[in-house]
Write a protein that binds this ligand. Structure first.
Ligand SMILES: Cc1cc2nc3c(=O)[nH]c(=O)nc-3n(C[C@H](O)[C@H](O)[C@H](O)COP(=O)(O)OP(=O)(O)OC[C@H]3O[C@@H](n4cnc5c(N)ncnc54)[C@H](O)[C@@H]3O)c2cc1C
Length: 390
């Protein structure tokens, strides 16, 4: 065997999974097509990631949190859901989660840089950059990957963390439920006149969906979701016109807005793999569960999955048994499915209902939010999901 574990993809999930094995004797290889400099100095990609308290704890344990500049961590105190033309909506407060804040916001590129730095500190991890996995196969004893440069590497366990469009998942013959909402999300940072008070917004407006994620200072990460044909013009608009357009789209509720970053777009596609494991093989991060960003759980689930599988691997190592045995992998499959499927399904339903523009749906949208605003146990349930308690 060339390694004990081969991780396909050094995105945030692959890196954190590899780092979680740093206190084991396992030799871990990470394979990533991007050059190593792109991991070390990961460029801003527009995404501001809402992290649960559970995720913050995992990142602290992994030594990743300490590599994130403290001033770049912003508190997510409360969250507000607004429907259509309403001025107010359902407010989930930090007190509903019994915490000082619901969670934290950190830029995705800073998480990637920090996870890379933590993996570089790990003596048992090897990064193979500038090559991708072209093929994969496994049997009862081991797995092997063929790299784009022609090399073949073997290990008792192969992990695919190569994004929601995972080619490795497909090569292993694992089907996935993929839903394309036919829309794109534009993400960027903007300054605005009216303070955000560290309250996140999810605004299911008619004809568009807007989100506001509070960053330190009078800045927010702004997410606009539209069909591709409507987005094209906005994406390339000169900056002053873009500022006016976004202020208008936010109904001037934040006063004048000003772009302070580059603009990035992502297709709105969700994925849920039919199986998370096969012989000597497991899916990790978005390759297993590619969430709709509306409930901000994609990477949080990636960390939870990494925590679940590495705990199983360590339990097996502690009793001297096979760390990639079917029983270890099936426990991961069962536990991670239970942790992710209910929220994946609920998020899908919310996204469908709150983008339906028919008159009955508009009435239902208002009604559900009005009920939600009045029912404290429901708010506690959402707060528990946002803090990562449940
Ligand atoms: C707009 C937006 C907002 C979001 N907000 C949140 C949020 O608030 N909270 C949250 O928890 N999540 C959020 N997410 C989700 C989060 O960004 C993802 O869940 C997370 O980035 C997934 O990480 P990953 O490592 O699984 O996959 P990726 O980040 O996609 O990384 C996959 C890696 O695999 C590599 N790769 C691909 N193919 C191969 C191959 N053949 N061989 C080797 N390597 C390969 C790629 O180069 C890449 O480095 C958001 C996503 C979007 C788009």
């Amino acid at each position: 065997m060339d390694y004990d574990v081969i991780v396909v993809g050094a995105g945030p999930s692959g890196l954190c999974f590899a780092r979680a094995l740093a206190d084991t004797p396992l030799r871990v290889a990470l394979i990533e097509p991007q050059p190593e400099s792109e991991l070390r100095e990961a460029a801003f990609d527009g995404r501001e990631i809402a992290l649960t308290h559970f995720s913050a704890r995992v990142l602290q344990t992994l030594g990743v949190w300490g590599h994130i500049p403290a001033e770049a961590i912003s508190a997510l105190r409360d969250a507000k859901v607004i429907n259509g033309l309403a001025l107010s909506g359902m407010l989930i407060e930090h007190r509903h989660g019994n915490k000082d804040e619901l969670g934290y916001l950190v830029s995705n590129h800073l998480i990637r840089r920090a996870a890379y730095a933590a993996v570089k500190d790990a003596p048992n991890a090897t990064l193979l950059c500038g090559v991708k996995v072209a093929d994969v196969s496994t049997n009862a004893d081991a797995g092997s990957v063929t790299l784009s440069d022609g090399r073949t590497l073997r290990a008792p366990l192969i992990i695919a963390a190569d994004s929601r469009f995972s080619a490795t998942r497909r090569a292993m013959g694992i089907p996935a439920h993929m839903h394309d909402f036919g829309k794109v999300m534009l993400v960027c940072c903007m300054e605005h006149e009216v303070p955000h008070e560290h309250v996140a917004w999810e605004w299911f407006d008619y004809g568009q969906t807007l989100a506001l994620l509070p960053m330190n200072g009078n800045r927010s990460s702004v997410v606009l979701t539209l069909p591709q044909h409507e987005m094209q013009a906005i994406q390339t608009m000169p900056e002053p016109d873009f500022d006016t357009e976004m202020s208008k789209r936010f109904g001037n509720r934040l006063g004048a807005m000003r772009l302070t970053s580059t603009r990035h777009t992502y297709p709105l596609v969700t994925v849920y793999a039919d199986r998370f494991v096969a012989k000597r093989f497991a899916l990790m991060g978005d390759a297993a569960v590619g969430m709709h960003p509306v409930t901000a759980h994609g990477f949080n689930f990636g960390l939870r999955g990494a925590d679940t599988l590495t705990s199983g691997i360590k339990r097996a190592l502690a009793i001297g048994s096979d760390f990639a045995a079917p029983s270890v992998l099936s426990t991961y499959e069962r536990t991670h499915r239970l942790a992710t499927l209910p929220l994946f399904a609920a998020t899908h339903a919310v996204a469908k209902i709150y983008t339906n523009e028919s008159m009955p749906a508009r009435v239902l949208r208002d009604g559900l939010l009005a009920i939600g605003e009045r029912v404290t146990p429901f708010k506690r349930l959402i707060a528990a999901s946002l803090t990562g308690a449940r």
